[in-house]
Design a protein around this ligand. Structure first.
Ligand code: ADE
Length: 240
């Protein structure tokens, strides 16, 4: 997986992705990160990339010319014959989820475009963007952190990125339920004991308890997911 991220603040992206599990994957060259600074493609001597919006209004709009030139430069770096998808991070996009992460993880190259200020001139977006993606119904100061979230979720689905002990956690959402609670030593903490069933060593009972905990937690925290799950598995509906 090769990421090419076009933004005005490459340091946010590099600092985040070069740490922890994604950092290790970059070191091992399982994933690559190329950040392209849109400002390098400014066409004026003050390195300005934005201008006043036509029609008036608050904020500045990123000019189409520098984004397009940054995009053409990025294409020149990509060896693959196939034209890569271009993901634009915007609260106007469709909301990112595990299914989208799995879809993006199938790609070899992904270009991700991050905006700032009031947005990017619509004409260049119409020309280059294939996917408009939001990470949720709130507005960030820019798309950089949103792009890091997308790349993190996608990267852990790329074969070889997670070690064996980490891949145990890939199940969340894959069956439509939230995960069960986890415990480790000590057996007693602030007067609270690890549930008896987990200490029993009875594998069947442990599995049953964990599945029930998933249902309880999902019903409490994500009633929308619980309803969907119960429609498909009515026999599993919680009694109380
Ligand atoms: N840029 C600003 N807010 C955003 C959001 N919620 N998702 C994606 N990109 C954004």
């Amino acid at each position: 997986m090769n990421y090419y991220v076009l933004s005005l603040f490459p340091e946010i992206i590099e600092n985040s992705l070069n740490a922890s599990i994604t950092g290790r994957a970059i070191e091992k060259e399982i994933i690559t990160l190329t950040s392209v600074d849109i400002r390098d493609f400014s066409d004026n001597k003050h390195m300005k990339v934005d201008d006043y919006p036509y029609g008036g209004g608050a904020g500045l709009v990123i000019k189409p010319t520098c984004v397009y030139d940054a995009y053409l430069h990025t294409l020149s770096l990509i060896k693959n014959q196939k034209k890569p998808r271009v993901v634009y991070m915007t609260p106007q996009g469709s909301v990112f989820n595990q299914k989208k992460a799995a879809d993006f993880a199938k790609e070899e190259d992904l270009i991700i475009l991050c905006g700032h200020y009031e947005g990017i001139d619509e004409r260049v977006l119409e020309t280059i963007v294939t996917d408009y993606v939001s990470i949720g119904d709130y507005v960030l100061t820019g798309g950089e952190i949103a792009s890091v979230i997308v790349m993190d979720a996608v990267s852990r689905l790329v074969p070889g990125v997670l070690g064996n002990s980490e891949s145990a956690f890939t199940d969340t959402f894959s069956d439509g339920l939230l995960e069960y609670p986890q415990y480790t030593r000590p057996e007693e903490f602030l007067g609270m004991k690890v549930p008896e069933v987990l200490r029993s060593g009875h594998h069947g009972n442990v599995e049953k308890w964990r599945h029930e905990q998933k249902l309880i937690r999902t019903r409490k925290n994500r009633p929308d997911l619980y309803e969907k799950y119960i429609m498909l598995h009515p026999e599993e509906e919680l009694k109380d």
